[in-house]
Design a protein around this ligand. Sequence first.
Ligand code: ADP
Ligand code: MG
Length: 703
Amino acid sequence: MSEVLNVEAIFGENVFSLGKMRERLPKKVYGELTKVMAEGGDLSLETADVVAKAMKDWAVEKGATHYTHWFQPLTGITAEKHDAFVTNPDENGHMLMEFSGKELIKGESDASSFPSGGLRSTFEARGYTAWDLTSPAFIKESAIGAVLCIPTVFCAYTGEALDQKTPLLRSMEAVSEQALRIVKLFGNTEATKVTPSVGAEQEYFLVDRSKYLQRKDLVYAGRTLFGAPAPKGQEMDDHYYGTIRERVGAYMKDLNIELWKLGVSAKTQHNEVAPAQHELAPIFSTANIEVDHNQIIMETMKRVAIRHNMNCLLHEKPFAGINGSGKHNNWSLVTDNGVNLLEPGETPNQNIQFLLVLACVLKAVDKHADLLKQSASNVGNDQRLGAHEAPPTIMSVFLGEQLEDVVEQLIETGEAKSCLHGSKLMTGVSTLPDLDMDATDRNRTSPFAFTGNKFEFRTVGSSDSIASANITLNTIVAEAFCEAADVLEKAEDFDMECHDLIKKYMTEHQRIIFNGNGYSKEWAKEAERRGLPNIKSMVEAVEALTTEKAINLFGKFHIFTEAELSSRAEILYETYAKTTNIEALTMIDMASKHIIPAVTKYVKFLADTVIAVREAGADASVQLDTLNEVTAYLKETKEALGQLIKAQAEAVAMRRGKNQAFTYRNSVMVAMEALRKPVDKLEMIVDKEMWPMPSYGDLIFEV
Ligand code: ADP
Ligand code: MG
């Protein structure tokens, strides 16, 4: 029998939650803290001192020796620098563990080693971290011991944001303010806040660690840069939702426990489409907490994998030819008196507030499709998007039959008199009940799909932070709400004007709605006809950040200044160049030091065989054929390697920025693909014993 696991008891064990604060803080202090949490403002230093002491006492009881301001610089992952609670000993040599309010609320760190895109030069290295008290502190346990992590924002000396969290919090305030104007118009005067709720489904791969270590591409680049397909791929659909293997099961169990302790409500787990691919989804929470939680999930996935002698691959496309990994970002808006603005109810055609919100979202996504695409672009996602698996590169919205029908009626007649209802699913078995069917089927090919009471943005990459995507979503929807409220607040006849506005938005932005197959060639053509952007790569997407449209949008809602936007664009170009450079160097290294030498040995072996067979008086034509084939591919490999070396040298010598990034994409990437081709061919012919690294089959079928 399984050992009984008390999930209720361990859940949130390592989180300094509101509940723990209430238990441990004087009433007055707790009151001041929750007031600042709800309404914003500054915490007094006295209060901060009391909170810090309580937090430290709790952390020390749990074995913590250090604390860290945990922040999310523009590297896509989190950063931390540990400080011990240790203080100067007194004259008797006795030392007290201490932690002050000042240390809790503000940290100063050298910002010069984090990407800043020109916002800060090394001589103004100062950067500040400040406690984000809307996200709880937690204790991270690893081989290093227990560390108290305090979620913080990270800004330059001059106040510009150097992180993901600051603009995210700004965007949450913006969308709340504008959404409140909308709900007030519909008579909801009690709501004081509207929060974006987010649930991010995380896909990942697991591979055996000893095999991982034999693949320099996985070690340095996080994805395979060579690799012939295994005889079996995912064509049998036998992995998706399949029984979870024992080794992976043990990993998932451990992972869940670690996450529950950290207050992450890990909820669903299953095998994904590709062999060795899996998914975990938590229960949704407030956007900023979900952003933290998703980072915690990614870190924990990697850490727990090592314990199980595996490696967790979060890259968007670790293996060519089989499914890549993404992150479905489920997003909705909920008032603090419990109304989900994206809940259509039984009869969406009569739910005017919902229809207005829907019209605003359609308008926002259509107007800012380029920004939305950009917000979900990263280097790895370029390998994944646009192939026959993940969302296509063209942004469109899937509404489903029921809503599409309502929208069509509104556009045609200005009124939606009816709505389609789900029917019964007849099981045809007398002992089974007939099931109510949803009014809308699922659509797996859409990048942005309405799924009942939320939108699911599916373009985000598996290794990326979900912050950018949510900053963009919150801001573009805030803008649409603001423009609608500007009109409706002045309306003489509210019902009439609201009705007209819904019709207007839906008519003007209908082109973004697409319910068909997003993978089809016809859609690419149709989208072009509709004038929808088709942005195929990360480097092409970057420009969206610095258009006049983007500067106005982000400026109006105080999310990013123009300087912050250009700095982000610059960081993205640099990231693209650096990442691709590492990949190119890895390929050069592997081809020169491992693949070509191994194939050369095989050639020698074949040549010796040909001679031996001939000497023995037999027909050596088969061996000779193989020898010729291998030699031809080897020659092609050597030439392609030369081309890549040349392309990389040219690109790396360029000045940083847009041109360099484009050179990496248009020249280095192309040379990388050309090198991969003959090598993958060779892998199919060369003796497996002599091939210098584990194959796709070894990696994905033998976990
Ligand atoms: P599916 O595979 O059908 O997309 P999952 O259960 O894998 O469903 O994931 C759905 C995700 O959406 C979960 O993280 C869930 O908590 C989240 N979610 C559900 N309702 C909402 C909502 N109203 N707002 C935001 N996220 C939501
Ligand atoms: Mg899912």
